[in-house]
Design a protein around this ligand. Structure first.
Ligand code: AMP
Ligand code: MG
Length: 407
């Protein structure tokens, strides 16, 4: 059986970033840039005022103090967006608003609060100023021609701000993976039904759909298939023909009499791995049918979610153009004692928080692979090495925060 690391390495070796497409600026949010973004103008584009105040020649008020104020004559004001003001010479000042161009000749801005109006169109200064005070110089942030965003970086609201400032109303991004989701099992009924004896609601169909969407991928479809080899083959072929970059199934991937996902992959394409030494999880099929990658995840709802986090999300991110390391983990102190059966690497649902600046990991309750409640409360997984039997309170453990923790 492969370890988690070996399985992930193998999966990522088969996973390539998809092609590019141009999208509207706001549609690029959450996607990965396909190429570097180069500034088309300086930022700021002209010298402008950082405050509402008075543009002055700093040499005029070098000696200004409360005891001997300096008085300067006021010229017509200049507002943001109002164009260029008159040129200024010694003895004058110009009321200049935040974002307005610095009047030619001025070399400092004095805040309104640090000056006083005096009779007859004069302003009184009681504090000295230095050249450059409160002036935002052209290009002090961005120089035209400079790379401001790198290919492979994820577009967040700060990137949108930069893209907008650089006139990028359309953005070249990596294409998002198109994903078809299937849950499988004769025991499954629609979530709007009250299950008869022996049946259960098909929650995985929605879990997987939600996880696909949360990974920024495009959900092509989400369907339920019965435990039938013919029907499984038919549905998988259909998804391949519909252009699914990725197909994800839940259930039917173990060694039960009616587990048909593995034989269906073997019939239609190639199976690259099956079974990983981990808990929850273990049965996990990965293969390829024509151009579609296929992940056969175990059916137990928590196994489905944990295997998605460990293998599918990183693969979807890589296909979407993400170049960041697959997953970050942190050290945390354990909030309780833990005992378990050694053998497989285990992922324990926990709540990760900070106490006095240190990470603390607190398990969220019973850890059965179908226990939904402890998953709902969790924001991270404690990684327990395969040979570990016992862990004690305050012991340092490795914890993998779930998606969104660092966002
Ligand atoms: P399987 O992997 O098909 O052997 O299923 C393992 C366990 O997960 C069984 O108890 C199933 O009833 C449960 N299960 C399988 N598919 C789903 C699903 N779509 N939603 C909820 N539970 C499921
Ligand atoms: Mg089943």
């Amino acid at each position: 059986m492969l370890t988690v690391t070996e399985a992930l390495d193998r999966i990522l070796a088969y996973t390539k970033a998809l092609g590019s497409e141009q999208v509207g600026l706001l549609d690029s949010l959450g996607r990965y840039l396909h190429s570097d973004i180069v500034a088309d103008i300086d930022n700021p584009p002209f010298d402008n005022s950082a405050v509402d105040g008075f543009a002055v020649l700093s040499s005029d008020i070098r000696t200004a103090s409360a005891q001997s104020p300096v008085t300067l004559r006021l010229l017509p004001p200049v507002f943001a967006g109002g164009g260029q003001s008159v040129a200024m010479t010694s003895g004058y000042c110009v009321r200049t608003m935040t974002g307005a161009p610095i009047p030619p000749g001025a070399d400092a801005m004095v805040m309104i609060e640090d000056a006083a109006e005096s009779a007859g169109n004069f302003i009184e200064f009681r504090l000295p100023a230095n050249a450059g005070d409160n002036i935002r110089l052209r290009g002090n942030d961005v120089i035209c021609g400079e790379v401001v965003l790198r290919s492979g970086s994820k577009v967040n609201s700060a990137s949108i701000s930069m893209l907008a400032a650089m006139g990028q109303s359309k953005v070249l991004c990596f294409r998002r993976p198109r994903v078809a989701v299937f849950s499988s099992g004769d025991e499954l009924v629609g979530i709007d039904k009250t299950p008869e004896f022996g049946k259960i609601r098909d929650s995985n169909r929605y879990t997987l759909a939600a996880m696909v969407l949360s990974a920024g991928a495009e959900l092509l479809s989400h369907e339920t298939i019965p435990d039938s080899l013919e029907e499984t083959i038919f549905q998988l072929e259909l998804a391949v023909r519909d252009g699914a970059d990725v197909i994800i199934t839940s259930g039917g991937v173990s060694v039960g009499d009616r587990d048909y996902i593995k034989p269906a992959i073997e019939k239609l394409g190639e199976l690259n791995l099956w079974r990983v030494s981990m808990k929850p999880g273990k049965p996990l099929a990965f293969g390829k049918i024509e151009k579609s990658l296929l992940f056969g995840l175990p059916g137990n709802p928590v196994s489905t979610q944990v295997t998605f986090e460990l293998f599918v999300r990183p693969a979807l991110h890589k296909m979407s153009g993400c170049q960041a390391p697959v997953r970050q983990s942190v050290y945390a102190t354990l909030a309780t004692d833990l005992e378990r059966t050694p053998g497989r690497q285990e992922y324990i649902r926990c709540r990760l928080s900070t106490v006095n600046g240190q990470y603390v990991a607190d398990p969220t309750g019973p850890q059965g692979s179908g226990a939904l409640k402890s998953m709902v409360g969790a924001n991270a997984l404690i990684i327990v090495p395969s040979e570990t039997e016992k862990m004690s309170i305050n012991e340092l453990v490795t914890v993998m925060p779930l998606d969104g923790f660092f966002d």
